[in-house]
Design a protein around this ligand. Sequence first.
Ligand SMILES: [Zn+2]
Length: 229
Amino acid sequence: MSHNELHRQHRVGWMRAAVLGANDGIVSTASLIIGVAAANSDHGAILIAGTAGLVAGAVSMAAGEYVSVSSQADIEESDLRLERQALEDDYEGELIELAEIYQQRGLDADLSAVVAKQLMAHDALGAHSRDEIGISELTQAQPIVAALASALSFSVGAALPLLTALFYRSENVAVLVGVLSLFFLASLGAVSAYLSGAKIYIGVMRVALWGALAMAVTALVGIAFDIAV
Ligand SMILES: [Zn+2]
């Protein structure tokens, strides 16, 4: 038997960010456009609102992702510094600590001591960061890459309702943007569910429901303003 089942864990990090970015881009820009259009604004005002929403959202996604990934990197960095120091100060103590971790995972006392010893001889800091702290190369954070990926995926998502509004000059632009955006969201939900091995209809329902809610609420806000003004 060959060992070839498909693992998906390595895709989770960047995929989560990309799907979340595109999802946010569609929902927030479509909602903005629908809200402004529902207030009976002219076509120019609708496009300005949508464009401003795209730019503001992309920058704020980049900033948020940069800050969050940076602070995660800081935490990993200081954890590694502590671990490096501990290995210098008390190598024997760290050996016992690692062996205890392997015992908790099911190895007996003798084997855990052998495994800990050999892994630490090979790469002591690597063994401790992986098995004690839980930092692997996969999770090592890259703030700039994450920031750019979020901004880009948000922009791609936001461009869909914005282009719809750009090419559809009509009183019913809010309706078309709403319907198409739900379709975009459902497609995105289906693709991400497929990639992560989840049930397709659950992925579709998840994003479509939240998107529909956001657009309905902003449509109501726009209508309320139109009535009030
Ligand atoms: Zn340690």
